[in-house]
Design a protein around this ligand. Sequence first.
Ligand SMILES: Cc1cc2nc3c(=O)[nH]c(=O)nc-3n(C[C@H](O)[C@H](O)[C@H](O)COP(=O)(O)OP(=O)(O)OC[C@H]3O[C@@H](n4cnc5c(N)ncnc54)[C@H](O)[C@@H]3O)c2cc1C
Length: 490
Amino acid sequence: MAITPTFSARPRVLVVGGGYVGLYTAFNLQKKIAKFGGIVTLVDPLPYMTYQPFLPEVAGGNIEARHAVVSHRKHLKETELIQGSVTSIDHENRTAVIAPVDGGAPFELPYHDVVMAAGAVTRTFPIKGLAESGIGLKTIEEAVALRNQVLSLIEQASTATDPAVRARALTFVVVGGGFAGIETIAELEDMARAAVKLNNRVEQSELRFVLVEAMGRIMPEVTEKQALWVVDHLRSRGMEVLLNTSLDNAEGKGIKLINLPDKSVAQEFDADTLIWTAGVMANPMVRSTDFPIEPRGRVSVNANLQITGEFGVIPNAWAAGDVAAVPDVTGGLPDGTCVPNAQHALRQAKRLAKNLWASRFNKPMKGYKHKNLGAVAGFGEWKGVAKIMGIQLKGPLAWVAHRGYHGLAMPTVERKFRVIMDWFVAMFAGRDLAQLEFLDNPRKAFVTAATPAPKPAAKPAEVPAAPASEAPAAKPAEAKVEKKEEATAK
Ligand SMILES: Cc1cc2nc3c(=O)[nH]c(=O)nc-3n(C[C@H](O)[C@H](O)[C@H](O)COP(=O)(O)OP(=O)(O)OC[C@H]3O[C@@H](n4cnc5c(N)ncnc54)[C@H](O)[C@@H]3O)c2cc1C
C-alpha cells in the first residue's frame, strides 16, 4: 500500500538546498521558528552537507569520504527534512514543487518564506567527448570515484604489456587551474606516487600528470608571484602545466589540446582520466522560479540578503551563497558581488538567518559585510600556498595554515574531530591507499554466487594432442612480469 507523506501544516520557512547556506540557515533558525509555531523545512536531494574544500583530500586518500560530509538528520533535529529536488517555485502563490529523490510523484509544498540556497553546478563547454569521458569534482561521490579510479588504473597498468595501454592508464589530465584544479592534481599526484612506490611493476617515470589552463596564469586568488611559485612547484614534481591552452576534443579517450589564441594543436595523446574543474555557475534551477535572474544566472539580492527585482524587495524571499549575486561592499568580483566561496556562504547564512528573524518583528536588519580573509591551499603532505590577510606563505607553513583553517572551519565539533583524527592517523600510517572496487556494481559477487553454475556440457569427442611445435607458448604478459620481478630482485 502506498504511504502518502504528511508534512507539517505550520507556517514554513522553506530552505532550498542543504549545503553551507542551507545547513547554517536552518541550524540558526530551527529552534526560534519552532518556538513561535512555525517550522523550518530543508529540501535537498542529498541527506548531507558536503564540505567541498575537502574534496581534493578525499580524492587523495587523506580524509575518509564520510567525514567530509555533515548529516542533516543528525544535526538539524528540529528541521523538517525532505530528500528531493525543488524543481520549480511559484513565489507569487508561495508554493514550491518537489520531486522526491526516490522517483515518486512530484508534489507541491506551501511556504511563508523561502531561502534560495541551491549553490552552483559545474560549468562546462560543448567539447566533443567531454560528457562521456570527463568527471568533475563537486560532489563526494566524484571524489571517491576519482580516488578509486587512479588507484585502480595504476593496478591495471601494472599488469598491462602494451605500452600504449600503460601510458593511457597512467596519464591524468586536469582541466582548470583554479584552487580546485591545482589542489586536485597535486593531491592525486602525491597519492599516485605513494601507490607506485608499493608496486614494483610500475615506474614513477611512467606517471604523467597534465594541468590545462586557458588563462596565462593559475590561481587568481593568490598573488601573481605566488602563482608563479606554484607553477614551478608543480613542474618540479614532474607535472606538466600548460598555460594558455584549452581542451578541444576528448572523444574515445583521446585528448586534443590547442594553444590559445591561435587555436593551433598543442598536444594530442590518450588518457583514461580527464578531470574537469574549470569553474562553476549558479544552479540553473533558479530559472524555474518567478524570481528575476541577473546576467550571470544568479538571483539578485540586496545587502540584507533579500531577493530584489525591478520594483525593489520581493517580500519573504531570501538567497545567499553561490546561487546569489550578493553585493560585496569590500570589493569582490568586477561586478561588485561576492566571490562564490565558502567563507562568504557561511557568513551570509548566519546574517540571513538573523535578518529573516528580525523581519518577522519589523526590527532593523543589518547588511552583509565581510572582507575576504584570503585563501589557503594544500598540495599534498607538507606542501601548500596561502595568502592570509595579506601575509604570503608557501611550503610547510602554508600547508599547516591550510589544515588549521579547514580543521576549524569544518562544521560541527563531531565532524572536526573525525577529520583531525584522519590527519593524525595519516601522519603516522601514511595515506590510505586501499581502493574499493565494484562500488558501481556491489551485487556482482552475490549474483555470481547465487547464479547456478551451468550444467557441464556433454563430453566432447577426444581430439588428438597437438604436436609440440603447435602448443601455446607462455603468455607474454606473465613472461614480462616474471622478467621484471627477476630484475627487481637483482
Ligand atoms: C573542489 C572544491 C574546493 C573548494 N575549496 C574552497 C576553499 O578552499 N575555500 C572556500 O572558501 N571555498 C571553496 N570552495 C567553494 C565552496 O565550497 C562553495 O562556495 C560553497 O559550498 C557554496 O555554498 P552554497 O551553500 O551556496 O552551495 P553548496 O554548498 O554547493 O550547497 C548547495 C546545495 O543545494 C543542493 N541542491 C542543488 N539543487 C537543488 C534543488 N533543485 N533542490 C534542492 N536542493 C538542491 C545541493 O545538493 C547542495 O547540497 C570549493 C568548491 C569546490 C567544488
